[in-house]
Design a protein around this ligand. Structure first.
Ligand SMILES: NC(=O)c1ccc[n+]([C@@H]2O[C@H](COP(=O)([O-])OP(=O)(O)OC[C@H]3O[C@@H](n4cnc5c(N)ncnc54)[C@H](O)[C@@H]3O)[C@@H](O)[C@H]2O)c1
Length: 268
């Protein structure tokens, strides 16, 4: 879908990749509805948008609160007149512990934000997107959605669920004007650990630097390029591309490789 002149709603637009997406969309001539639980984050996004903030609306909301979705949509329609796109980007990681140690609250929180909120946002927005001549839904999964990362198994499961949800949705909407794209970022340089309220993994600075991170701006530009090309799937970063290749050819070898190289992520 061409982005200029379109109205696009993005969740998690108060930080990281979501903010970079919001700013890049504004620069491409879109109107943007930025949604985030963090009011402070949204204020910063608005500040960074500068003069382009005239095309931006900010909506502070916890996306797991599904009763608020109709009001959110009403507010976006009131401000922008229509909705042509939804980017489900908001997400959190889990504490870096094994499934055995992970607490029920953390399991539910990750699934509610990363998966169920995405389902209910799609159900809320879809009737409006179907009324448009062309529209697009982009769901941000993760490299961890196809590759098992020790200490992030529930996060990975939530992102694997997003992958199949997105692919199924795409098939269901093929004969409509709504295109659907799933995105698999590798490591991106954001503050997701801090924003998720999670203790950073106990690894040395040197070890940490082994995970070459892409900037959020570069990730956003790759994602929007995929959106404009109506891509089926978008792999963000050389790590995601390499692991996708390895995992599809030799899944057990890929899983063992990640287990060996990333087990220091576990906070024991
Ligand atoms: N950073 C990475 O390395 C990486 C890798 C793969 C996938 N991803 C995915 O990319 C997406 C963006 O991650 P990021 O790295 O930019 O993280 P981030 O922490 O910088 O941004 C996520 C945003 O989501 C918001 N959010 C969290 N819970 C929310 C809720 N309940 N309601 C509304 N907003 C909420 C946060 O306030 C935050 O602004 C996530 O879905 C993440 O899983 C990130």
């Amino acid at each position: 879908m061409k982005i200029a002149q379109k109205t696009i709603a993005i969740t998690g637009a108060g930080n990281g990749i979501g903010r970079a997406l919001a700013l890049a969309l504004l620069q491409k001539g879109a109107r943007v509805a930025a949604i985030d639980i963090s009011e402070q984050g949204l204020q910063q996004t608005e500040k960074e948008a500068g003069a382009l903030s005239a095309q931006l609306s900010c909506h502070a909301m916890d996306i797991t609160n599904k009763q608020q979705i109709p009001g959110l949509i009403e507010a976006i329609l009131h401000r922008h007149g229509c909705i042509d796109g939804l980017i489900n980007n908001a997400g959190v990681i889990q504490p870096f512990v094994t499934i055995k140690e992970l607490e029920e609250n953390d399991i539910n929180r990750v699934m509610n934000i990363n998966f169920f909120a995405v389902v209910y946002l799609i159900k809320g927005f879809l009737p409006h997107l179907l009324q448009r001549p062309e529209a697009h839904i982009v769901n941000i999964s993760s490299m961890g959605g196809f590759l098992p990362v020790p200490g992030q198994s529930i996060y990975g499961a939530s992102k694997a669920a997003v992958k199949l949800l997105t692919e199924g949705l795409r098939s269901e909407l093929l004969n409509t004007g709504v295109r659907v794209t799933v995105v698999f970022p590798g490591a991106v340089d954001t503050e997701i650990t801090k924003n998720s309220g999670v203790q950073p993994p106990k690894m040395s600075e040197k070890e940490f630097k082994k995970y070459k991170s892409l900037s959020a701006d570069t990730a956003a530009s790759i994602i929007l390029c995929g959106m404009e090309k109506n891509a089926f799937r978008v792999l963000v970063g050389s790590d995601a591309k390499f692991m996708d290749f390895l995992y599809r050819l030799w899944p057990k070898m890929a899983a063992n490789y990640i287990q060996r190289s990333m087990q220091s992520l576990l906070n024991r």
